[in-house]
Design a protein around this ligand. Structure first.
Ligand code: GDP
Ligand code: MG
Length: 321
């Protein structure tokens, strides 16, 4: 548990080692990872976790780097957990991400980890939640989570963050129809990127489209208003307004208890997820050992027994075990 002390002191090598551990799917590492995370949960920091989602190519990585530099100049400590889309067929290029992130990664007040997405977890990867607990205990002010593309599954990422933002590009307002009911409901902030050069008027139009779309959105009485912001990641404009908006949402949500409630819900969800995983794993093993699926299937094929009777017999068998 020397590792815990080193993490709390903010030692980078210890943080990197711990994140590698929580990303591992080896049974031994999992046990160690669980012990580590339980210790760290007793030493909570003050991090605000922000998710950045949006279609590939919209400028998520560029924005995170640009906004990150802006924050680091203001002496904030920033952790970045980027989900590497290498295995996906997307516009986001991993080489591009790496070169973009190099400058900021040299800064002692930033910690960057890029992990491959593993598909199943929808836009986030195995260990992202644990990694954010490590960075929180290590004293980071903000933790950014960049997810891969947009889809219903991206909503999974909302279970890991305090603020969920959707980055969109100029001219994406037309797509609003399709996604209105999904991700837009979950987003706290809409960031229209590429508000520069020839794209400026298109970006403004997109921002108005989003503004009018969210004006139809019914919110509960104490929820903070959703915001639409215009930025250029490349020219680093609009950043002040982004941090102001984030701080405003955080302080209002802390005042009306939404902040703590959201975190509490995320804990419940986490526990449910772990329980499910353990049960599923043990059932799969039982099914394998049991062998009654293939035995009964053959009986069904041979016409000795009805299919649903076979299913009933198999499940009864497993229940008895
Ligand atoms: N004009 C303009 N282009 C941008 C801006 N931000 C990103 N891009 C470009 O958009 C492309 C995709 O950027 P990237 O950050 O990799 O997008 P991601 O897939 O969402 O992470 C790159 O060619 C960037 O140079 C911006 O603020 N303005
Ligand atoms: Mg990217």
């Amino acid at each position: 548990m020397q590792l815990v002390e080193k993490i709390v002191k903010g030692e980078r090598a210890a943080i990197a080692k711990a994140i590698t551990l929580v990303e591992s799917s080896r049974e031994n590492d999992k046990k160690e990872s669980r012990r580590l995370i339980s210790e760290l949960l007793n030493k909570p920091g003050k991090s605000i976790r922000i998710g950045f989602s949006g279609p590939p190519g919209v400028g998520k990585s560029t924005f995170i780097e640009s906004f990150g530099r802006f924050l680091v100049e203001k002496n904030y400590k920033l952790g970045i957990l980027a989900i590497d889309p290498s295995s996906q067929i997307t516009g986001g290029s991993i080489l591009g991400d790496k070169t973009r992130m190099i400058e900021i990664s040299k800064n002692p007040n930033t910690f960057i980890r890029s992990t491959p997405s593993r598909g199943s977890l929808g836009g986030i990867s195995l260990g992202t939640r644990e990694a954010s607990i490590i960075l929180d205990a290590a004293g980071y002010d903000f933790i950014f989570i960049e997810t891969v593309g947009v889809g219903q599954s991206e909503i999974m990422a909302t279970n890991l963050v305090d603020i969920f933002s959707l980055i969109v590009g100029p001219g994406s307002g037309d797509e609003l129809q399709g996604i209105k009911k999904g991700i837009t409901e979950y987003a706290d902030i809409f960031i229209v990127n590429k508000n520069d050069g020839d794209l400026k008027s298109e970006a403004s139009k997109t921002a108005s489209d989003y503004k009018s779309a969210i004006s139809y959105y019914k919110k509960s009485s104490d929820a903070v208003d959703k915001e639409v912001l215009l930025v250029s990641a490349i020219e680093q404009t609009g950043m002040e307004k982004v941090i102001e908006t984030i701080q405003n949402i955080v302080s209002q949500n802390k005042k009306n208890k939404n902040f703590d409630e959201r975190r509490a819900k995320q804990f419940t969800y986490w526990i449910e997820e772990e329980v499910r995983e353990i049960i599923q794993f043990s059932i799969q093993n039982k099914i394998k050992e049991d062998g009654s699926i293939s035995k009964f299937s053959q009986k069904v094929i041979d016409g000795e027994i009805q299919m649903f009777d076979a299913i009933e017999a198999i499940t009864q068998n497993l229940r008895n075990k």
